[in-house]
Design a protein around this ligand. Structure first.
Ligand SMILES: NC(=O)C1=CN([C@@H]2O[C@H](COP(=O)(O)OP(=O)(O)OC[C@H]3O[C@@H](n4cnc5c(N)ncnc54)[C@H](O)[C@@H]3O)[C@@H](O)[C@H]2O)C=CC1
Ligand SMILES: O=C(O)C(=O)COP(=O)(O)O
Length: 527
């Protein structure tokens, strides 16, 4: 099998390329490409490793015909159109912890630089001015620091600020009281935070809720003389309002590492008083860059080589250790999903996935993802485990997962049931040995069949002579039967035949099959 190919399109620590190669991937390092250049080459790659410079837009994703995974060596993925990538079946991963200490330290450094106006003092001193009389700083000790966002980075900032003897308060709707107590911080609402804080530091992602969270109105109504630090994302603050507030003195200083437009080369804030900035350097330390490079390469190679999924934003986790154990179950689940998807009629709005025996002990999410991937293929042939849950949601499919503790006839069983206009229709399968997926029940009829390649599904009256008739008809067309699987509800009642064929039966054969005496339903299947 040929090696997966990975493109590193942003400046990244060389450990990333080393790990990709050691883990069996081919790697190209091409930082600084234009969007058009990236679009021109992306079709060759299975993996794309990025930081924040590469913009993974729908245009790029449309050209990425072989792409399986995007790995962000860092935290924020706002430069990736994650919903579009999900729709295309591309896994998006990040490295949620590798640069958090570094970024928290940058926020503290920015706060201290702001409190003592170090950048300006430095520039003017070096210019030979010795401007001692122009500078008067403030202490941070005993001041209140307001955190907007108390996740990984915010909580590290809190602990460092407490070391500086600051009082820390936080606004974060998802922060529990218990966690706030553990961090030794006070949870407050946003208006309270802005009315009490001497320094504010932002540590949220950029979302529809957080965009412009420091709006003109909030800045104007904040505690006079507040100082603001943003090492999270541009777009969280109204930059024009911030400039006005800096000029009026309502805001005593601001330190930004991030801007609404990046690269920021002529931002109006550059002329504002008491304004300092860095060019998105929050994550730029040797330690953090080694961490994120190693981690992103390990995660992406795990996925490309072994199917392990870690830190994906659009897919449940699956460890590289779990992956080999789950793979045969996922194969079974996908085949069962595909079977009901191919056989059930009408508009299907409900699907349930039941697991019992050994299957009940496993991580259910990948199994559900695989069922949906098989099932959703009735609507689109570009479905995979990543985009299936999104497509299912888009179509309003109600998905339920049921885990049974009971012992059944099989030591492991997956059952997939869809709700049709004529009631529930269900198929079930097991593993023979530890690896071999087998169908064991179809619409209430026991059967034993491998679901593989081209197959013919026939429901017929259980009368003598039928098997001979269908065999003769197929033979007459030169179609060889690989396996012959038979089940029936009761003797003389309804029987099911599942034949594996060496080739796909064409329309002419299907019409002839439909006309065979005793046939109730016939359908060509493909797995
Ligand atoms: N400047 C730089 O180079 C770097 C910037 N970052 C950015 O820092 C930010 C924070 O990263 P982490 O702490 O790792 O993320 P995190 O996910 O651990 O924490 C984010 C926190 O924001 C909170 N939050 C979400 N919506 C909120 C809202 N409407 N109001 C208040 N809080 C809200 C969440 O509950 C969560 O606790 C991200 O945007 C990330 O991209 C991260 C690394 C480097
Ligand atoms: O990890 C993040 O969210 C960052 O913003 C770091 O960005 P960078 O990798 O330094 O371009």
């Amino acid at each position: 099998m040929s090696k997966p190919k990975v493109l590193i399109s942003d400046k990244m620590d060389p450990n990333a390329a080393r790990i990709f190669e050691e883990r069996g991937c081919e790697v190209d390092v091409k930082p600084g490409m234009t969007p058009d250049e990236l679009k021109g080459v992306i079709g060759d790659y299975h993996g794309l490793a990025i930081r924040s410079s590469t913009k993974v837009t729908p245009d790029i994703l449309d050209a990425a015909t072989n792409l399986k995974v995007i790995g962000r060596a860092g935290i924020g993925v706002d430069n990736v159109d994650v919903p579009y990538a999900s729709g295309k079946g591309v896994v998006v991963m990040n490295t949620p912890f590798g640069n958090s200490i570094t970024t928290a330290e940058h926020a503290i450094a920015m706060m201290m630089a702001l409190a003592r106006q170090i950048p300006d003092a430095n520039t003017r001193t070096k210019a030979g001015e010795w401007p001692k009389k122009d500078f008067m700083g403030v202490e941070v000790t005993a001041k209140t620091l307001g955190l907007i966002g108390a996740g990984n980075i915010g909580s590290i900032v809190a602990s460092r600020a407490q070391g500086l003897r600051m009082k820390v308060i936080a606004y974060d709707p998802f922060l529990t009281e218990d966690r706030a107590i553990e961090l030794g911080i006070e949870k407050v609402d946003l208006d309270t935070l802005l009315s009490r804080a001497d320094f504010v530091t932002l540590h949220t992602p950029l979302t529809d809720e957080t965009r412009n969270i420091l709006s003109r109105e909030r800045l104007e109504n904040a505690k006079p003389g507040i100082r603001i630090v943003n090492c999270a994302r541009g777009g969280l603050i109204d930059e024009v309002a911030l400039k006005d507030c800096l000029e009026s003195g309502q805001v005593a200083g601001a330190a930004l590492d991030v801007f609404a437009e990046e690269p920021a080369t002529d931002n109006p804030l550059f002329d504002a008083p008491n304004f300092i900035c860095t060019p998105h350097l929050g994550a730029s330390t040797t330690e953090a860059q080694v961490n994120v490079a190693l981690q992103v390469a390990e995660q992406m190679a795990d996925y490309l080589v072994n199917g392990g999924v870690t830190n994906a934003l659009n897919m449940p986790s699956l460890s590289a250790e779990e992956a080999p154990k789950l793979r045969p179950y996922m194969a079974l689940a996908e085949k069962l999903g595909s079977l009901v998807g191919q056989l059930a009629h009408g508009s299907l709005t409900k699907i349930s996935i039941e697991r019992e025996g050994a299957a009940a002990e496993l991580n259910g999410k990948p199994i559900t993802g695989a069922v949906l991937a098989g099932f959703m293929r009735r609507y689109s042939d570009t479905v995979n485990m990543v985009n299936a849950p999104y497509l299912a949601k888009e179509r309003g499919l109600d998905v339920s997962e049921i885990r049974h503790d009971r012992e059944g006839a099989f030591n492991t069983l997956i059952r997939v049931t869809v709700e049709t206009s004529s009631g529930p229709r269900s198929v079930a399968g097991t593993l023979f040995g530890t690896q071999s997926p087998r169908l064991v029940e179809i619409f209430g009829i026991g059967i034993e069949a491998e679901l593989d390649g081209d197959m013919l599904y026939v429901v017929n009256d259980d009368k003598p002579g039928f098997i001979g008739r269908i065999g003769t008809m197929l033979g007459g067309h030169g179609i060889n039967i690989g396996t012959f699987n038979l089940g029936r509800r009761d003797a003389g009642g309804e029987a099911v035949l599942l034949l594996s064929l060496d080739e796909h039966p064409g329309a002419e054969i299907m019409t002839e099959a439909e006309k065979l005496e005793g046939v109730k339903t016939v359908k060509a299947l493909r797995f």
